[in-house]
Ligand binder design. Sequence first.
Ligand code: SAM
Length: 204
Amino acid sequence: MGIYRDQVVPRLVNLACGMKANDRERARVCSGLHGRVVEIGFGSGFNVPFYPEAVRSISAVEPADLGWKLAAKRLERAKVPIERAGLDGQALPFADNSFETALSTWTLCTIPDVAAALSEVRRVLVPGGTLHFVEHGLAPDAGVQTWQHRLNPIQNAVAGGCNLDRDIRGIVEAAGFEIRDLDVYYAEGPRFLAALSLGVAVSA
Ligand SMILES: C[S@@+](CC[C@H](N)C(=O)[O-])C[C@H]1O[C@@H](n2cnc3c(N)ncnc32)[C@H](O)[C@@H]1O
């Protein structure tokens, strides 16, 4: 299980997340990031080319050593300082009010205690700071939802704890964020996996 989690899952993530088809979402979600940014679930750094100039620094939070290693080329080319500053979104090693903006892409599906992670993100954002997110999750259609619930245990087992059926809007709001923009739509690919929520939420 350790080898699968440490060696196989980060490579699967690297393949799936590295698809060019995701670039449109990455460009959209990174737009408006500024100042000090905390990125939870940094993975292999596929957002790096999309950080806007207004970003001053990135504090990356990523548990997988191999993910961080696979980010090397993108880290070399980065135009802003990026530090692997934490290992677990559920317990962020930062003082309150440390960041102007936060970023999460295809990560809220996987963090075991996602409520704790979002509460941590709120704590470390300045008042009025924003969380930019693009996540796959519970689809808008009942038929697709049924399949998401059915397939969830398999996805969970093969994809390192990833869940297909989390209600992204619901969990972001339950953590005390106010949704400022939200686009819920199907990207390319099988609908049970491609139901995306892309938006910006404000820490009240
Ligand atoms: C599907 S990948 C997305 C990676 C990256 N955000 C991207 O868009 O390419 C999910 C990421 O969440 C990370 N992750 C899992 N548990 C985590 C936790 N407790 N805190 C922070 N990140 C976590 C995984 O290691 C993985 O890199």
